[in-house]
Design a binder for this molecule. Structure first.
Ligand code: ADP
Ligand code: MG
Ligand code: ZN
Length: 471
């Protein structure tokens, strides 16, 4: 029997506001234990939550960028469960009425486009963190750090529309790129600002009814999501082929061992006893606000790739690399506009100097000048690289450095004529051999001319001049 995999993803994206979801504490990463806490996010009874308007704004922008419908009314619910990193024993989340629903994200795998549904986006708070270490007497101790408690999260839940690990990763990458473009999440997977749970099931090919799913956790890179999903599909197929049955459960990915392991039987929604949080009013969002925010949505990665490829005639692959960052794409367009030519060479340079560009160590002028000087033969490709490196080291303008270092190359044929004549006159034997058919000697002559000119001759032009002179 042939099987088909079904994958749905739940992404927890930390909203990059300065303060937490329901209090004024800082969201800064890396503070000392419990430094970013107050009675509110330490869950002291009697404290009251106050909703952070910015989090709602960022969530609405995310909803619009993923083509979701923003709900006029949404409600915060209490999701009840006990764990020591959640002292109040409930998490404030959204359940039946989330902030947004029914969107989609387009992906491309192997040149094939596909639309993946977004079921809903809801706003919720994060819990704290347990740190397990020895205490002073040498016994094991578990410590509670509540810095993360109350951090604002958006949970973005996909439809079960993906069929392969590659599609799952493509969806995640596109979603992350969108969040980065919107500046609503820093997308850092290692620090946990962009976390993904993958739901995986299998079914006989052609069957419509979904199979029982397992939920995978603990994957902190795209590569690990891909590996974990791949492993889990294989595990379920082998299990069913051996006459077993998939059970609904949560499984942990062990990156080192390369396997998923059962953690707990999955709870059902009713286990959480969801009910509307009586401390928070329903959230009412006005249409005028949504429309105002719609105006702040920038050109998104997908459309940008199409436009860059079409407008500048560069390969889609290059456009994809440029559009992987809004900053890089803007830099590219600014460079092309300055020189007003050679977009493909400019794209190559932008990709080559990507790190320096992203850390704002280069200006579009530098790359535009480097490309222009190279295109018209004023400098060689090697000199261009050297000069950009020198700009990075000294901060001086590209063309001052070029003139200062005397790196312009001689492309003027009349100036090269004399040197070529000299070289040919000095090697009569090689000239004869060349004329006799050993055309491979061309590089020998070019080498001699380069030497005579102390590396300043334009090798392309030198070749032409020699070829012409030797008939
Ligand atoms: P739960 O209530 O168990 O959390 P949801 O309906 O909220 O389930 O779905 C959670 C995620 O699991 C969604 O991304 C959804 O697309 C996905 N999903 C649901 N059913 C399946 C299934 N049978 N196989 C794979 N993914 C599924
Ligand atoms: Mg769920
Ligand atoms: Zn606080």
């Amino acid at each position: 029997m042939e099987f088909e995999a079904v994958i749905g993803l739940e992404v927890h994206a930390q909203v990059s506001t300065k303060s937490k979801l329901f209090c004024a504490c800082s969201t800064k990463f890396g503070a000392g234990p419990n430094e970013n806490t107050c009675p509110g996010c330490s869950c002291v009874p009697g404290t009251l939550p106050v909703l952070n308007r910015k989090v709602v704004e960022y969530s609405i922008r995310t909803a619009l960028a993923t083509s979701c419908t923003v709900q006029r009314k949404s409600v915060f619910d209490r999701k009840n469960y006990f764990y020591p990193d959640l002292p109040k024993a409930y998490q404030i989340s959204q359940y039946e009425l989330p902030i947004a629903r029914n969107g989609h994200i387009d992906i491309e795998v192997g040149g094939q486009g596909k639309r993946i549904g977004v079921n809903r986006i809801h706003i919720e708070e994060d819990a704290g963190k347990l740190v397990h270490e020895g205490d002073l007497s040498g016994a094991q101790a578990s410590l509670v750090d509540l810095n993360r408690s109350g951090m604002p999260l958006m949970e973005i839940v996909s439809e079960p529309d993906m069929r392969t690990p590659e599609e799952a990763v493509a969806y995640l990458r596109n979603l992350r790129d969108i969040l980065l473009y919107l500046d609503v999440c820093d997308g850092n997977m290692e620090e946990g600002s962009f976390r993904c749970d993958a739901n995986v099931s299998i079914r006989p090919k052609g069957q419509e009814k979904l199979g029982t799913k397992a939920e995978l956790k603990n994957m902190n890179s795209f590569r690990n999501v891909e590996r974990a999903v791949e492993y889990e599909i294989r595990r379920q197929i082998e299990l069913v082929e051996d006459g077993g049955k998939v059970v609904q459960e949560t499984r942990l990915w062990d990156a080192e061992a390369g396997v998923t392991m059962s953690m707990r039987r999955k709870e059902e929604a009713h286990d959480y006893r969801y009910f509307p949080d009586p401390d928070l009013l329903p959230l009412m969002v006005e249409d005028s606000w949504v429309e105002e925010l719609r105006g702040t949505i920038p050109e998104l990665p997908g459309p940008k790739i199409e436009r860059l490829a079409g407008q500048y005639g560069i390969p889609k692959y290059d456009a994809g690399i440029l559009a992987s960052s809004r900053k890089l794409a803007d830099f590219f367009e600014a460079s092309v506009a300055i020189f007003n030519g050679a977009p493909k060479t400019t794209a190559n340079e932008c990709v080559h100097w990507k790190e320096a560009i992203l850390s704002e160590k280069l200006s579009p002028e530098t790359i535009a000048h480097a490309v222009e000087d190279r295109e018209n033969g004023t400098i060689s490709a090697t000199a261009s690289k050297k000069l950009v490196t020198a700009v990075l080291e000294t901060g001086k303008p590209f063309r001052s450095l070029r003139d200062e270092k005397g790196l312009t190359q001689v492309s003027d044929t009349s100036a090269l004529d004399a040197i070529v004549d000299q070289v040919l006159a000095a090697s009569p034997k090689e000239v004869e051999s060349y004329r006799g058919g050993k055309t491979g000697l061309l590089s020998f002559f070019v080498g001699q001319v380069m030497k005579e000119s102390r590396g300043k001759a334009n090798p392309k032009i030198v070749q032409e001049v020699i070829r012409k002179k030797l008939g």
